[in-house]
Design a binder for this molecule. Sequence first.
Ligand SMILES: Nc1ncnc2c1ncn2[C@@H]1O[C@H](COP(=O)(O)OP(=O)(O)O)[C@@H](O)[C@H]1O
Ligand SMILES: [Mg+2]
Length: 146
Amino acid sequence: MNIRKNHMRLCFDSKSANESFARVAVSAFMSQLSPTLEEINDVKTAVSEAVTNAIVHGYKDESGEVVIDASLWDDGRVIIDVSDTGCGIDDISQAMTPFFTSQPEMERAGMGFAVMQTFMDDVRVTSRPGQGTSVFMVKRVKGSAK
Ligand SMILES: Nc1ncnc2c1ncn2[C@@H]1O[C@H](COP(=O)(O)OP(=O)(O)O)[C@@H](O)[C@H]1O
Ligand SMILES: [Mg+2]
Protein backbone atom coordinates (compact mmCIF):
# COMPACT_ATOMS: atom_id res chain seq x y z
CA MET A 1 0.00 0.00 0.00
CA ASN A 2 1.28 3.43 -0.89
CA ILE A 3 1.57 5.96 1.86
CA ARG A 4 1.11 9.68 1.42
CA LYS A 5 4.23 11.34 2.79
CA ASN A 6 3.14 14.92 2.58
CA HIS A 7 0.37 17.14 1.31
CA MET A 8 -0.20 20.81 0.66
CA ARG A 9 -2.94 23.04 -0.64
CA LEU A 10 -2.28 26.45 -2.07
CA CYS A 11 -4.91 29.01 -2.98
CA PHE A 12 -4.07 32.25 -4.78
CA ASP A 13 -5.61 35.04 -6.85
CA SER A 14 -5.85 34.52 -10.60
CA LYS A 15 -3.12 37.01 -11.39
CA SER A 16 -0.39 36.28 -13.89
CA ALA A 17 2.14 37.45 -11.30
CA ASN A 18 1.29 34.26 -9.39
CA GLU A 19 2.31 31.90 -12.22
CA SER A 20 5.97 31.94 -11.25
CA PHE A 21 5.08 31.80 -7.56
CA ALA A 22 2.98 28.68 -8.16
CA ARG A 23 5.64 26.78 -10.05
CA VAL A 24 8.36 27.69 -7.57
CA ALA A 25 6.14 26.69 -4.63
CA VAL A 26 5.36 23.29 -6.15
CA SER A 27 8.99 22.65 -7.05
CA ALA A 28 10.12 23.55 -3.53
CA PHE A 29 7.47 21.24 -2.08
CA MET A 30 8.43 18.28 -4.29
CA SER A 31 12.12 18.69 -3.50
CA GLN A 32 11.46 16.44 -0.50
CA LEU A 33 11.43 13.52 -2.97
CA SER A 34 14.98 14.37 -4.14
CA PRO A 35 13.95 14.77 -7.79
CA THR A 36 16.45 15.34 -10.58
CA LEU A 37 16.66 18.81 -12.08
CA GLU A 38 14.92 17.49 -15.18
CA GLU A 39 12.05 16.12 -13.12
CA ILE A 40 11.66 19.43 -11.29
CA ASN A 41 11.64 21.32 -14.58
CA ASP A 42 9.07 18.96 -16.08
CA VAL A 43 6.70 19.55 -13.17
CA LYS A 44 7.33 23.31 -13.17
CA THR A 45 6.50 23.50 -16.86
CA ALA A 46 3.30 21.47 -16.49
CA VAL A 47 2.15 23.47 -13.44
CA SER A 48 2.83 26.71 -15.30
CA GLU A 49 0.67 25.64 -18.22
CA ALA A 50 -2.20 24.53 -15.99
CA VAL A 51 -2.10 27.67 -13.85
CA THR A 52 -1.87 29.95 -16.90
CA ASN A 53 -4.90 28.19 -18.38
CA ALA A 54 -6.90 28.68 -15.18
CA ILE A 55 -6.07 32.39 -15.20
CA VAL A 56 -6.43 33.23 -18.89
CA HIS A 57 -9.14 30.78 -19.95
CA GLY A 58 -10.95 29.80 -16.75
CA TYR A 59 -11.27 33.32 -15.40
CA LYS A 60 -10.53 35.19 -18.63
CA ASP A 61 -8.31 37.53 -16.64
CA GLU A 62 -11.11 38.40 -14.24
CA SER A 63 -10.61 37.77 -10.55
CA GLY A 64 -10.99 34.33 -9.11
CA GLU A 65 -9.01 31.80 -7.14
CA VAL A 66 -6.73 29.06 -8.34
CA VAL A 67 -6.16 26.09 -6.04
CA ILE A 68 -3.20 23.73 -6.25
CA ASP A 69 -3.44 20.53 -4.27
CA ALA A 70 -0.21 18.55 -4.23
CA SER A 71 0.81 15.35 -2.49
CA LEU A 72 3.98 13.30 -2.30
CA TRP A 73 3.84 9.52 -2.10
CA ASP A 74 6.37 7.06 -0.77
CA ASP A 75 6.59 5.32 -4.17
CA GLY A 76 7.93 8.57 -5.66
CA ARG A 77 4.74 9.92 -7.18
CA VAL A 78 3.88 13.59 -7.08
CA ILE A 79 0.16 14.14 -7.58
CA ILE A 80 -0.90 17.67 -8.46
CA ASP A 81 -4.37 19.01 -9.03
CA VAL A 82 -4.78 22.53 -10.41
CA SER A 83 -8.35 23.74 -10.23
CA ASP A 84 -10.40 26.83 -10.89
CA THR A 85 -14.06 27.71 -10.54
CA GLY A 86 -14.09 29.60 -13.82
CA CYS A 87 -16.00 29.13 -17.06
CA GLY A 88 -15.24 25.44 -17.55
CA ILE A 89 -14.62 23.57 -20.81
CA ASP A 90 -17.45 22.50 -23.13
CA ASP A 91 -15.52 19.92 -25.11
CA ILE A 92 -12.53 18.50 -23.24
CA SER A 93 -11.22 16.29 -26.04
CA GLN A 94 -11.26 19.22 -28.46
CA ALA A 95 -9.53 21.40 -25.85
CA MET A 96 -6.80 18.77 -25.41
CA THR A 97 -6.17 18.40 -29.15
CA PRO A 98 -2.73 19.80 -30.03
CA PHE A 99 -2.91 23.27 -31.64
CA PHE A 100 -6.52 23.84 -30.57
CA THR A 101 -6.93 27.18 -28.86
CA SER A 102 -10.02 29.25 -28.18
CA GLN A 103 -7.84 32.37 -28.18
CA PRO A 104 -5.97 32.41 -31.51
CA GLU A 105 -6.11 36.22 -31.48
CA MET A 106 -3.98 36.17 -28.32
CA GLU A 107 -1.35 34.20 -30.24
CA ARG A 108 -1.77 31.17 -28.04
CA ALA A 109 -0.26 28.03 -29.49
CA GLY A 110 -2.86 25.56 -28.26
CA MET A 111 -0.08 23.34 -26.93
CA GLY A 112 -0.61 23.68 -23.18
CA PHE A 113 -2.29 20.31 -22.66
CA ALA A 114 0.16 18.63 -25.05
CA VAL A 115 3.02 20.04 -22.99
CA MET A 116 1.44 18.79 -19.75
CA GLN A 117 1.01 15.32 -21.28
CA THR A 118 4.60 15.29 -22.52
CA PHE A 119 6.14 16.25 -19.20
CA MET A 120 3.88 14.36 -16.81
CA ASP A 121 3.09 10.63 -16.59
CA ASP A 122 -0.66 11.11 -16.42
CA VAL A 123 -2.98 14.06 -17.07
CA ARG A 124 -6.74 13.97 -16.52
CA VAL A 125 -9.04 16.88 -17.05
CA THR A 126 -12.49 17.18 -15.57
CA SER A 127 -14.65 20.21 -16.15
CA ARG A 128 -18.18 21.49 -15.94
CA PRO A 129 -19.25 24.39 -18.09
CA GLY A 130 -19.98 27.35 -15.85
CA GLN A 131 -18.49 25.65 -12.80
CA GLY A 132 -14.81 25.18 -13.37
CA THR A 133 -11.99 22.90 -14.35
CA SER A 134 -9.63 20.52 -12.61
CA VAL A 135 -6.38 19.27 -14.09
CA PHE A 136 -5.09 16.21 -12.27
CA MET A 137 -1.47 15.31 -13.03
CA VAL A 138 0.93 12.62 -11.85
CA LYS A 139 4.71 12.58 -12.08
CA ARG A 140 6.75 9.55 -11.10
CA VAL A 141 9.95 10.89 -9.60
CA LYS A 142 12.73 8.39 -10.12
CA GLY A 143 15.39 10.59 -8.61
CA SER A 144 13.89 9.62 -5.29
CA ALA A 145 14.94 5.93 -5.56
CA LYS A 146 16.10 4.82 -2.16
N1 LIG B 1 -8.85 26.06 -16.94
C1 LIG B 1 -9.49 26.22 -18.11
N2 LIG B 1 -10.74 26.77 -18.15
C2 LIG B 1 -11.41 26.93 -19.32
N3 LIG B 1 -10.92 26.57 -20.53
C3 LIG B 1 -9.69 26.00 -20.56
C4 LIG B 1 -8.92 25.80 -19.37
N4 LIG B 1 -7.75 25.21 -19.72
C5 LIG B 1 -7.79 25.07 -21.05
N5 LIG B 1 -8.95 25.53 -21.58
C6 LIG B 1 -9.36 25.50 -22.99
O1 LIG B 1 -8.53 24.57 -23.67
C7 LIG B 1 -7.87 25.22 -24.76
C8 LIG B 1 -6.52 24.59 -25.00
O2 LIG B 1 -5.63 24.88 -23.90
P1 LIG B 1 -4.07 24.82 -24.17
O3 LIG B 1 -3.75 23.50 -24.77
O4 LIG B 1 -3.35 25.21 -22.94
O5 LIG B 1 -3.85 25.92 -25.30
P2 LIG B 1 -3.86 27.52 -25.20
O6 LIG B 1 -3.78 27.89 -23.76
O7 LIG B 1 -2.66 27.93 -25.98
O8 LIG B 1 -5.14 27.94 -25.82
C9 LIG B 1 -7.86 26.69 -24.41
O9 LIG B 1 -7.74 27.51 -25.55
C10 LIG B 1 -9.20 26.85 -23.70
O10 LIG B 1 -10.24 26.97 -24.62
MG1 LIG C 1 -2.59 27.09 -22.33
